[in-house]
Write a new protein. Structure first.
Length: 239
């Protein structure tokens, strides 16, 4: 039986949530997200295995037009998705493009000009965090007011992602890592390798209109997503 939880968070925005343990024992959880575009195509943030149940739901939504990697470290399953959807455009940070040289990419954040458009921007905004250690990209689905990201914000424990697992979602020693935690704020501050770039990009995202946040790690933030972002990034937003 699959441990993946598939649900529609809001209309046309689907998540595929499952257990994932960082370093084999830290229960971060993993999540892919698929969005049905107004054009009829599908945009996928591919961060978990393309299991039969996951593929069946994505195929039900429509033809996959875009496959994105949300940062430099969430790349393990891109090959699976590209093999299943060879006609889809695939975009990732340049670090991933260089690492997976056997795959065909159609764009590279960090190498392409900042003004580069890949085709989904009328519906999904993207902000590349060049000053963040993992080179993350924040995405905003404008219509649903949903922010989607990987390592820019956590909401642990990953209860939904472990809801079909016999393992505990609680983090060792600290239990969780929520946006209101001082530990989270300090962690994000430490992961900023270029403070000025972090200020710029954190403020761009803070200017967006969103209510929910879909993280790769931890539960979906269903309400007050903007406040959660401002709490985690207060160092970059107020300094």
């Amino acid at each position: 039986m699959s441990e993946t939880v598939i649900r529609e968070v809001v209309k046309n925005v689907w998540t595929f949530s499952r257990p994932f343990a960082r370093s084999g024992f830290i229960p971060f959880g993993g999540r892919s997200t698929a969005i049905k575009l107004k054009s009829g195509g599908v945009w996928v943030l591919a961060s978990t295995p393309l299991e039969p149940e996951t593929k069946a739901k994505i195929d039900e939504l429509g033809p996959v037009k875009y496959i994105v990697s949300p940062d430099a470290v969430h790349y393990l399953f891109l090959g699976e998705f590209k093999k299943a959807y060879p006609e889809a455009k695939m975009i990732a940070p340049v670090e991933v493009v260089d690492r997976l040289s056997d795959l065909k990419f159609d764009g590279a954040w960090g190498r392409d000009p900042p003004s580069m458009l890949y085709g989904f921007e009328d519906e999904i905004k993207a902000c590349f965090f060049s000053g963040f250690k993992n080179k993350d990209i924040a995405f905003l689905h404008v219509e649903s007011k949903v922010l989607i990201e990987a390592d820019l914000l956590f909401n642990l424990p990953a209860k939904e992602q472990y809801s079909k697992s016999s393992s505990s979602p609680n983090l060792p020693f600290i239990g969780g890592l929520s946006p209101n935690s001082w530990v989270h704020t300090r962690m994000i501050r430490s992961l900023g390798v270029n403070k000025e770039a972090m200020k710029r990009d954190a403020r761009i995202v803070a200017s967006w209109n969103f209510e929910k946040i879909i993280p790769c790690h931890g539960d979906v933030i269903e309400v007050d997503g903007k406040q959660a972002w401002e709490s985690v990034y207060k160092f970059y937003l107020t300094d």
